[in-house]
Design a protein around this ligand. Structure first.
Ligand SMILES: [Zn+2]
Ligand SMILES: [Zn+2]
Length: 210
């Protein structure tokens, strides 16, 4: 397994390119926009892009999904069905944030807790982590001890919950009951900002103190 992070959109969103080194099959997680930069990263890595994964349906994470899926003829997996209302609101999101109009998409498969999309010889574990959005999912690679957590958890912070259907208590429950138990050594790529580990956040993140 290998990966690279491509920072996209005016919101500096961390889009990730993840690939299986044996088969060269690759997934893009959260293509929020700047599709030409994602294409350049695919080219540079010399990988076979075969799926798009979405953690949640905020525009800065899915703004490039439709274009990328069409260009590469690849399926879109995720987020969880509970985020449908955010996909329905993509136009309003674009207007609100001053983004170019975003094309809607329909996931080829909604994801549920416990799903295991396969990428070559790698398997992602899907963990449903509601709170920031009700349909937010996290992608965990158990062998690599690496998680892609979207806007659930950041280095030194946690996701906003002041959006429609945001839920602060649910977010904290997701982090404490589903993410931190994966292990202190697990590294994670957040939706924005630098990488960290669950152990580092458990010890020092001010939003996780009781
Ligand atoms: Zn978000
Ligand atoms: Zn975001």
């Amino acid at each position: 397994m290998n990966f690279s992070i491509i920072t996209v959109t005016p919101f500096q969103q961390n889009c990730s390119l993840v690939w299986c080194e044996r088969t060269r099959k690759a997934a893009v997680i959260d293509p929020g926009g700047d599709v030409e930069r994602i294409e350049a990263a695919v080219e540079e890595a010399g990988v076979d892009l075969s799926m798009i994964l979405a953690t949640h349906a905020h525009l800065d994470h899915v703004g490039g999904v439709a274009e990328l899926a069409e260009k590469y003829h690849i399926p879109v997996y995720g987020p969880h069905r509970e985020d449908q209302f955010w996909i329905d609101a993509l136009d309003a999101q674009a207007e609100m944030f001053g983004f170019p109009p975003a094309r809607p998409f329909t996931p080829d498969r909604w994801l549920d807790d416990g799903d295991e999309p396969r990428l070559g010889e790698e398997v992602f574990q899907v963990i449903h982590c509601p709170g920031h959005t009700p349909g937010h999912v996290v992608f965990f690679l158990p062998r690599a001890r690496l998680a892609f957590v979207g806007d659930v958890l950041f280095a030194g912070s946690i996701g906003r919950t002041d959006f429609p259907r945001g839920d602060h208590a649910a977010l904290l429950a997701s982090i404490h009951n589903k993410l931190l138990p994966l292990g202190d050594e697990v590294r994670f790529v957040p939706g924005h900002g630098p990488m960290s580990t669950f152990g580092e956040e458990r010890q020092s993140n001010p939003f996780l103190r009781a």
